[in-house]
Design a protein around this ligand. Structure first.
Ligand code: HEC
Length: 142
């Protein structure tokens, strides 16, 4: 077999493999709490940043991030009032706040880049933001 066809075969096999591990579809039910609402908004915002990077126009990202900031405030209030309880390590609220603050600080870089419509800087800032997801999830997501 020629190396190219072998490569294509491997590629096809790889795709089949991936289709068995496709990510679950976006939940169709309403978010059960403010953190789920914030997280869904966050995911949608970052997806739109990816589209903007592809299209060469990232100006809408800044506006979407402002809505996300409002969602963060709602989360903060719910944690403070006790109406939201972290699903894992609920006794480590201070640590959660610390990670959340650092994470939203990283979003600031995305706001700046988007405001300048600087596509390259938006891509860099997006990378920084994405690196923050797993750190918090590993401690606080069920
Ligand atoms: C500071 C902590 C923190 C950070 C940072 C964080 N998350 Fe989350 N995320 C959570 C917690 C806590 C939950 C579980 C919420 C629940 O079910 O009560 C969650 C749940 C989610 C969910 C499921 C929402 C649902 O509808 O059930 C998605 C999607 C998600 N996060 C995406 C992300 C992405 C993408 C990033 C990074 C860009 C991120 N999160 C960063 C804390 C965080």
């Amino acid at each position: 077999m020629k190396p190219l066809s072998l490569l294509l075969l491997l590629f096809a096999a790889g795709c089949t493999e991936h289709s068995q591990h496709a990510p679950p579809p976006a939940p169709s039910t309403a978010p059960a709490n403010p953190v789920q609402a914030e997280m869904r908004l966050l995911s949608a915002t970052l997806q739109s940043a990816v589209r903007g990077i592809g299209a060469g126009d990232v100006r809408s990202v800044e506006h979407e991030l402002h809505r996300l900031h409002a969602a963060k405030e709602t989360t903060e209030a719910a944690i403070r009032s006790g109406s939201y309880r972290l699903p894992r390590n609920p006794d480590r609220v201070d640590r959660f706040r610390e990670l959340d603050e650092a994470f939203h600080g990283g979003l600031g870089g995305l706001v700046q880049a988007s405001r300048r419509n600087d596509v390259a800087a938006t891509a860099e800032a997006l990378g920084v933001v994405l690196r923050g997801c797993q750190g918090c999830h590993s401690e606080f997501r069920p």
